[in-house]
Design a protein around this ligand. Sequence first.
Ligand SMILES: [Zn+2]
Ligand SMILES: [Zn+2]
Length: 346
Amino acid sequence: MKAAFLTGIRQLQILDTPEPKLTSPHDVLLRIDTVGVCGSDVHYYTMGRIGNQVVKFPERVGHECAGTVVKVGGEATGLRVGQRVAVDPLIACGQCDQCQSGRRHTCRRQRFLGNPGEAPGALAEVLTVPAESCYPLPDHVTQVQAALVEPLSVALYAQRLSGIRPGAEIGVLGSGPIGLCVLLACRAAGVGATYVTDLVDERLEVARQCGATWAANPQETDVVADITQLQPLGLDCVFECAGQQQTLDQAVQVLKPGGQLLIVGIPELDRVSFSIHALRRKEIQVLNVRRQNHCTGPAVEMISRGAANVDPLVTHHFSIVQAKDAFDLVDGYRDGVVKAIIHVSG
Ligand SMILES: [Zn+2]
Ligand SMILES: [Zn+2]
């Protein structure tokens, strides 16, 4: 079968590799239909690492995937051949203290699809995954929409972690795929005004299509002054989705006293800093968001009943042999790209 391998910094090759076999009765074999290109995949492609997770080349890549079941293990219940599914890319051990306390997303022995040395990347024609990682799709949810389930589940988890109430005024700083999914999840939860920023104007346009009340580019306007003028009391909650020092600083400035800052973005920096006096005087709650927990099924459901329309996020389509072009496009923020989808089979 064909699979995408990172073979060096900025090197991605489609290579022939043996098809995986079903080795556990709890697993299923999937034909992978679609894979969304994620910022974290591109981090590994351009930097060869995220923090201390370092790629040893060659390494498989990709995790935002949807597939069709082609073989079912003897004890894999609830799935049948031909069924289309979205995939939760995190494989938890089920045994450790974190798993036992309902925190599978911080499992101490977790394996994540396409993470260095953990589990094979999803950008391949066939993949073995635990049956419990698969979420069946209603007929009217497409494989392209299903590739957005993973980022939407992260956003939904961030929204649930925040505890925002209906009518809350929120900021989303950084409107790439995750920021836009946060916007969709918060709007589905009934928030009030939504303030969105990004350096790429096309992404602001998509944010408006996704219902942003206000969207602006910090290179063109003083977003802190503008938001403060429109919301003199400050925002209830800010989702930092850019992973930048500048957006963390802006978040602290636009939040109201007692407000919440959720750090969703993955910084390229290993350390960031805060004005401790600004945090302290406003008593800002800082929450970190690590992937998602128990939100994959609800994310499928949100797409299915139209509570979150992910279609405006899908801007580009590629075949698997064009995977490198997809990664270069996403890395360069070129051509208004938000989510590039790689069609693996067919
Ligand atoms: Zn992702
Ligand atoms: Zn565990």
